[in-house]
Write a protein that binds this ligand. Structure first.
Ligand SMILES: C[S@@+](CC[C@H](N)C(=O)[O-])C[C@H]1O[C@@H](n2cnc3c(N)ncnc32)[C@H](O)[C@@H]1O
Length: 231
């Protein structure tokens, strides 16, 4: 993309933010406190956070699973959308990220762990435990799964997301799917990374779901997400 197009995307995002997003001190504090505490600035943008959270409202989701908490920025968006209707369960591998996220959530008026529970550990260790709990009836299955952690495991998380879902109508959202496929050389000119997993091709061959990829521009430049609905 040209520099002009990137700048246009940023300008439109700023305009959208001004007119369609309400001021939210909890979210502003989450950004500021995360920066102060040394967390990387790789959270979703406000516009993306609102969009993803609106999907949970559209689908009347009651149980959201998030993989990759960071400072809880997207988590706050989901918690706001789920208020009075359900719960967010988020997984984070770095203790400092989890601690800052809890601070940010509480400062935003979100009750932890009642409204948002953050599970500490590597997602591939935690997801099988969640599967067991669902199977034993100790936990409800999820109706919305937001995947935003290490890119190498996007496919593994997707596969778990479908298994942990309530089934028909559940939604799986894979953030950064476009940059992952470009940077790993699956699409485009970059040299293909050895062992790169083609998430889009895997999802396309998966009879359990129907899916699409949406490319995006905005304050976070060019990227895109994969959205799948369980059949
Ligand atoms: C892009 S950030 C998440 C941003 C967050 N969803 C937001 O928009 O506010 C990715 C997070 O995933 C965490 N992460 C990376 N690998 C992980 C793993 N194997 N299991 C759980 N979390 C992981 C990182 O520590 C980081 O905090």
């Amino acid at each position: 993309m040209s520099r002009d197009q990137v700048n246009q995307g940023k300008a439109v995002d700023a305009y959208v933010k001004k007119h369609l997003l309400h001021e939210d001190r909890g979210l502003e504090n989450a950004y500021a406190n995360s920066t102060k505490q040394g967390l990387p600035m790789i959270a979703v943008s406000e516009v993306q956070g609102k969009f993803a959270s609106m999907l949970t409202t559209i689908g009347s989701a009651r149980n959201v699973l998030e993989i990759g908490t960071l400072g809880g920025f997207s988590t706050i968006w989901f918690a706001r959308a789920m208020k009075g209707r359900g719960k967010v369960t988020s997984i984070e591998v770095i203790p400092h990220h989890r601690d800052v996220a809890i601070e940010n959530l509480r400062a935003a008026g979100v009750q932890v762990p009642e409204e948002v529970d953050i599970l500490l550990g590597a997602a591939l260790n935690i997801l099988p435990k969640l599967a067991e709990e669902i199977e034993e009836g100790k936990r409800e299955p999820f109706d919305f799964v937001f995947i935003d952690a290490d890119w190498d495991n996007q496919w593994n998380y997707f596969d778990f997301g479908v298994k942990l879902s309530k089934g028909k109508g559940a939604v799986i959202y894979v953030d950064n799917a476009v940059r992952n496929m470009l940077e790993s050389g699956i699409v485009g000119d970059a040299e293909r990374v050895e062992k790169a997993v083609d998430v889009v091709a895997n999802v396309g061959a998966d009879d359990r779901v129907d899916a699409v990829v949406m490319q995006t521009v905005g304050s976070k430049n060019y990227d895109g997400f994969l959205l799948a609905v369980v059949k």
